[in-house]
Design a protein around this ligand. Structure first.
Ligand code: FAD
Length: 393
């Protein structure tokens, strides 16, 4: 058994944990990050790509992600409905804002490099197995490397940034409750060496189900195909993928995407959840560990970084000024913004996946009409999509 000591133990080196650890280190707060994966894995695992302008402004201000300058700016999306296509210049509608498309694994690589260059500590390939003493003064995080002996890390505060499959959330004895939804379909997630279509996101509704095409880099696109909840990746050989993408994305008379090499294929169970409150004793949850959501609306990584920025300010006030009020108010400040993002993502998801009854299909058509023809409705949608209001309440 090895015993370590730190002020803040950060569980997980995803976007939330790394942003938090960098900010704490700069405030002179001793911090140890514990991550179960190897560094190389984190720097290669493709997931998100769309960053809100206010998150980009924060990352630039902190100077933590030099690669952001290579990111592509996106401010339009195209909707392909069975009977028509239309574009939404959401950036312009929202007052001149845009998303920056920068793949999550490149951002994570930038953040790891920044943290290590500034003397930060990350224990790679150490899996957290338990957290105890959250009600006392010195909680303990226990982790271990593969077959190695357990390592106990004594700390003042624990930041649970270990994603939905992490252990910090489950260490809470009682109190917080989790509410969740499982949608009745999966998404097949694909990365392909295919240049993005017309530099915009494409959302297509088809009788076979939803399909989407999102830019990632000038040469690589992410595609999504809605499929039944019992589907497995093995059900989707490449020729079936391209046939289905061709049919669904050419809806409304659009051209089908040109097939290219598929770099990554995954099956995503579409679910969202929120744990309330996002704190218990000396544990503070941030990002997907507290509120994972489907990729619809591109909110997950953005919320994770906003949580981390907020938590960094609250922990700094606690150590520097002895002011505990922001830490105590962390969950109450974050949850309204978390629920706004979940509400938008759920509403948008339901527009993209018609429920199938005649009544609900008619409601869906009415919502699309509103988005296309009612400029006030389009402006509200655009502001929610691109992200509006300050990053930290
Ligand atoms: C296909 C796809 C597309 C997406 N697109 C977007 C998008 O465009 N925009 C957007 O904002 N969001 C998007 N998201 C969501 C986004 O990827 C997540 O919301 C984001 O990764 C959350 O960051 P996080 O730091 O909270 O958690 P994570 O990134 O999950 O990081 C958690 C870390 O904790 C580590 N960990 C877990 N358990 C343990 C343990 N026991 N011990 C030690 N370490 C542990 C994990 O290895 C991981 O590195 C997408 C997600 C998917 C799957």
């Amino acid at each position: 058994m090895t015993a370590l000591s730190t002020q803040v133990c950060v569980a997980g080196a995803g976007p939330a944990g790394l942003v938090l650890a960098i900010a704490l280190g700069r405030a002179g707060i001793d911090c140890t990050v514990v991550e179960r994966r190897p560094r190389a894995y984190l720097e290669q695992q493709a997931r998100a790509g769309f960053l809100e302008h206010r998150v980009v402004a924060y990352l630039r201000e902190q100077g933590v992600a030099p690669g952001l300058d290579q990111g592509m700016s996106h401010a339009r999306c195209e909707f392909r409905l069975p009977d028509r296509r239309f574009c939404l210049p959401y950036g312009e509608l929202a007052g001149g804002f845009a998303h920056t498309v920068y793949p999550q694994h490149l951002l994570v690589a930038d953040l790891i490099a920044t943290l290590l260059a500034e003397g930060g500590k990350i224990l790679f390939e150490y899996a957290i197995t338990g957290v105890t003493g959250l009600d006392g003064d010195r909680p303990k995080v226990t982790c271990r490397a593969d077959q190695g002996p357990p390592v106990d890390i004594a700390c003042d505060l624990v930041a649970g940034c270990d994603g939905w499959r992490g252990v910090t959330r489950t260490a809470v004895p009682a109190g917080p409750r989790t509410v969740a939804v499982r949608y009745p379909f999966n998404w097949l997630t694909l990365l392909a060496e295919v240049p993005p279509d017309a530099d915009q996101v494409v959302y297509a509704l088809h009788d076979n189900g939803f399909a989407g095409q999102m830019p990632r880099t000038p040469k690589v696109s992410r595609f999504y195909l809605a499929c039944p909840p019992e589907s497995a990746v093995a059900d989707w050989p490449d020729d079936r993928v391209w046939k289905e993408l061709g049919e669904r994305l050419s809806t409304g008379g659009a051209p089908a995407p040109r097939p290219g090499p598929i770099l990554d294929k995954g099956m995503l169970a579409m679910r969202s959840a929120v744990t309330e409150p996002m704190q218990y004793g000396r544990l503070f949850l941030a990002g997907d560990s507290a509120h994972p959501l489907t990729p619809v609306g591109a909110k997950g990584m953005n919320l994770a970084i906003a949580d981390a920025a907020h938590l960094a300010g609250a922990m700094t006030a606690y150590y520097r000024d002895g002011d505990e009020s922001r830490l105590r108010g962390y969950s109450d400040s974050r949850l309204p913004l978390v629920w706004r993002a979940h509400e938008f993502s759920d509403r948008f998801l339901r527009m993209l996946h018609p429920a199938g009854s005649d009544y609900e299909d008619a409601l869906g058509r009415s919502r699309w009409d509103q988005l296309e023809r009612n400029s006030a409705a389009a402006r509200v949608f655009a502001a929610e999509y691109v992200g509006s209001g300050p990053l930290i309440a």
